[in-house]
Design a protein around this ligand. Structure first.
Ligand code: ATP
Ligand code: DNN
Ligand code: MG
Length: 241
């Protein structure tokens, strides 16, 4: 099975748009894809959630969402305030593993950053990734402030023995400022992992056909051959299977 866990350096960094770009790239390569939103907060029952947004942009993917809480909060907090059961990391792992028996690639999107709590015991997406032995892709913002949060996330992944597949910039500005331009060199350095691509700002508003045509180019294979965008695989690292 192949499961890729997609986290970010925080909320609103473009995890959903990057998840859609990964899904579109894998679909274009002929792979079947499932997208699991571990817990969706801040969205009403009648509104499309992140998984539905991925399907809208990327195309035919299986979507799953384990729980939805209306308040825009961390899942553990939102569940507590709603008086509802939380989502535990083992449930995320079990759902992803089941989807992986039926799909070539399963993308698991968290909520906010890596250590956002899902349950009162402090369970996080990192715990689910550990249970799955799945690599983690980190979505980062482009500009000033991203070096610190990216390095913190990378260090936490490493301290837990988790594989860091690489970094993707969630929203690359049309006119990048000095910090953004410098970050192209500094992000892989501080993360100790490759920068695998960047999604141009505004891409989420593209017509889906244009999004699907462009996505593989945003996550283009590295010239040194170490990154296979279609397989979502860093060649030096073993693929989760
Ligand atoms: N490349 C992009 N093109 C267009 N819009 C973007 C892009 N990246 C981010 N956005 C916008 O920024 C906002 C946050 O992006 P997104 O929903 O992907 O964040 P997220 O990291 O998935 O947040 P969450 O923690 O809520 O899941 C959204 O309104 C989205 O439309
Ligand atoms: C509502 C938001 N868009 C996300 N779904 C949840 C983000 C939780 C972030 C918690 C935090 O790090 O302070
Ligand atoms: Mg999202």
């Amino acid at each position: 099975m192949s499961v890729l866990v997609i986290t970010g350096t925080g909320t609103e960094v473009g995890k959903t748009v990057v998840t859609a770009a990964v899904a579109a790239t894998a679909l274009a390569a002929g792979r079947s894809v499932a997208v699991l939103k571990a817990a969706q907060t801040g969205v009403r029952p009648d509104e499309p959630g992140d998984a539905a947004e991925v399907a809208r942009l990327a195309g035919t993917v299986t979507t799953a969402e384990l729980a939805r809480y209306p308040e825009p909060l961390a899942p553990a907090t939102a569940a507590r305030r709603a008086g509802r059961a939380p989502v535990h990391p083992h449930e995320v792992a079990e759902a992803a593993a089941k989807l992986a028996t039926e799909h070539d690639l399963v993308l698991v999107e968290g909520a906010g950053g890596l250590l956002v709590r899902f349950d009162p015991a402090g369970g996080t997406l990192a715990d689910a990734a550990r249970l799955l032995s799945a690599p983690v892709l980190v979505v980062a913002s482009a500009g000033l402030g991203t070096l610190n949060t990216t390095e913190l996330t990378a260090r936490e992944l490493r301290s837990r023995g988790l594989g860091l597949a690489g970094i993707v910039i969630g929203s690359w500005p049309a006119a990048p400022d000095l910090a953004s331009r410098c970050n192209l060199a500094d992000l892989p350095d501080v993360a100790g992992a490759p920068l695998l691509g960047s999604v141009p700002a505004g891409s989420g508003a593209l017509p889906p056909t244009a999004f699907r045509a462009a996505a593989p180019h945003w996550l283009a294979p590295r010239l040194d051959g170490t990154w296979d965008a279609e397989a979502f695989q860093v060649r030096e690292a073993p693929r989760a299977s």
